[in-house]
Every structure is written in C-alpha cells, then in structure tokens.
Write a protein that binds this ligand. Structure first.
Ligand SMILES: N[C@@H](CC/C=C/[B-](O)(O)O)C(=O)O
Ligand SMILES: [Mn+2]
Ligand SMILES: [Mn+2]
Length: 311
C-alpha cells in the first residue's frame, strides 16, 4: 500500500476546541512508523494551514461558514494532489465538516466514488434543517446531487459542486440521527446499517451486504471515531452510547482493505481535550491508529514482511 497522509487540524465545523490537535497526536502515537513497519510506503504531506475568516457571522444559521468553506477548498486541492501522486489518501481530522473537501478532492482526482460513512451520526442536515448550525452535522448535504435544491449558495463554497449520488453511499453505525435527517435518508432511500442492523446481522454480514450493494467504484471510507462505543473512544466531541466494539470497528477496516477498492480514508472527530483522563485520550488515539492500520493491511493473526519468504 502507498499512503499519502494529510493533516487537517481544523475544528470550526463544531464548537469544541481540541479536535485540531488530533493530527499531531495521531502522528505522535506512531501512525506513520507503524504503517511503514507493516510494509506500507508512506508520504507525509504535513498539516494544512487554515485561515480563520474574521467576522464569520452565521449564514442561514450555519456557523463559521466562510472559514469552513475556505478550509474545505484547500483540503480538496490537497486530496486531489495526493491522489494524483498515486497514493491512497489518508486525511487526519479535524471535525467531520472536512469530509466536504476530502470527498470533493477525491472525486476530482478519480471520478465518481462510493462512500462508506462509519458514524454514530448521519451528518446529513442541510444548513436549514440543522438544529445546532454546526457544519460537522451537515457535510453530506453539500456533497449529494439530490440535496442541492436544499442547500443555499453559501460564502466561500462557490468553488464546490455536488459530487456524490445517494446510491453510492452506505452508512454504518448510526444511533443518533435527528428526525430531519431520518426524513431525508428515507426520501433518498439511502442504504444504512444502524446499530440495530449491526446487532441483527453481525458486522461480517453488514460488510458483505455493504460491498454487494456498492458498485466497484473506488471507496472513500469516512470514519468518525464516535462510531466506536464511547467506552473505547471517549475523547470525542459528540459521543453516543451503544456504539461499535473495538473488534467491530477493526473488522470494518480489515474487510474494506481486502476489497482492494479503498482509495481514500478520513479519520475524524478525535478530540484529545475531551478525554477526562490520560487513559481516555490514549484509548481513543490508539484505537484511531489501529483502525487506520487495519485499512492498510494489518491483520490480527499477525503480519510478516514479504522479504521473509515462505516455502
Ligand atoms: N446531529 C447533530 C450532531 C452532529 C454530529 C456530527 B459528527 O458526526 O461529525 O460528530 C448536529 O447536527 O449538530
Ligand atoms: Mn461525523
Ligand atoms: Mn459522529
């Protein structure tokens, strides 16, 4: 696997400070070295710098719109460049509003993609349906062709066009979805495996059905760490009880890795300041690292490098 890492220290899609510290925390936990040890070629593109747009007053209720728009424009260019360099793109967030730029840039480089969105939340509010105005709860509405009539033109978003069809989206891990989002998902017949289906089917069957449902397009895995149960990953801004076990979370990455279709991965919403103890932070960060290692070939049975030839 050839991996291009982009740090996106950005927090303005939501109100809690700390999520911008995650990229460096993930690196400090040895992410790049661990990827190399398991045989990946790794190129670190460093951390993006984002401009804080002054006087960024809410627009139609959405907060920090101009700052979020300009950050995602920059991220889109960066992801496009990493894809053009031939790597699988890994975007280290930062909050989930960054999926706008990540998926837009991915699509700009490779054409239409499938999106596997692993999250407690659907993040499919429109600017007008959102109850909080936090754009990390809205990225999907900016991306979907089918919702464009519901998203007003917003400042610093004129650079982007919708780039995803609702038919190419699968949710896994949902358990904290607002009524407005649920209505939108039903209207668009979006494929979703909530925690109920994870319980009913088991994660292996969920992954089989996910990949049967999706076409063979390149896969964009957008992994919100709050999909995992807060007992494992408490250091995050919007925790919701009843999440994926560590094992289920890892299985999802192992399964997608073996499809050979994984083309970009987001790891978002790790917030080191939201841990009550150092252990909370360590558990959250190390789980995020392990999930990324699972995307790029780590197996729980063990790994050995190809130069250890077997008979
Ligand atoms: N639905 C809530 C929560 C949004 C959660 C965003 B997250 O999934 O990126 O953590 C909102 O609209 O504010
Ligand atoms: Mn999310
Ligand atoms: Mn979430």
């Amino acid at each position: 696997h050839s991996v291009g890492i982009i740090g996106a220290p950005f927090s303005k899609g939501q109100p809690k400070d700390g999520v911008e510290c995650a990229p460096n925390k993930l690196r400090a936990a040895g992410l790049l070295e661990r990827l190399q040890q398991q045989g990946c070629a790794v190129k670190d593109y460093g951390n993006l710098t984002f401009e804080n747009v002054a006087l960024d007053e809410p627009v139609k209720g959405s907060k920090s719109v101009r700052t979020v728009g300009s950050a995602n424009q920059r991220l889109s260019e960066a992801v496009k460049a990493v894809k053009r360099d031939g790597h699988t793109a890994v975007m280290l967030g930062g909050d989930h509003s960054l999926a706008i730029g990540s998926i837009h840039g991915h699509t700009a480089a490779v054409g239409p993609v499938s999106v596997v969105w692993v999250d407690a939340h659907a993040d499919i509010h429109t600017p007008l349906s959102s109850n909080t105005g936090n754009i990390h709860g809205q990225p999907m509405s900016y991306l979907l062709y089918e919702l464009q009539s519901k998203v007003p033109p917003l400042p610093n978003f004129s650079w982007m066009k919708p780039c995803l069809s609702s038919r190419d989206l699968v949710y896994i891990g949902l358990r904290d979805v607002d009524p407005e989002e649920h209505y939108i998902m039903k209207l668009l017949t979006v494929k979703a495996f909530s925690m109920t289906q994870v319980d009913q089917l088991g994660v292996a069957r969920v992954m089989e059905e996910t990949c049967d449902y999706l076409s063979k397009k390149p896969i964009h895995l957008s992994y919100d760490i709050d999909a995992i149960d807060p007992s494992v990953t408490p250091a995050t801004g919007t925790p919701a009880v009843g999440g994926l076990t560590y094992r289920e979370g890892i299985y999802i990455t192992e399964y997608l890795c073996q499809t050979g279709l994984l083309s970009a991965v987001d790891m978002v919403e790790v917030n080191p300041l939201r841990g009550r103890t150092e252990d909370d932070v360590h558990s959250t960060v190390s789980t995020a690292v392990d999930l990324l290692l699972g995307c790029f070939g780590r197996r729980r049975e063990g790994n050995h490098l190809p130069d250890y030839s077997l008979p």
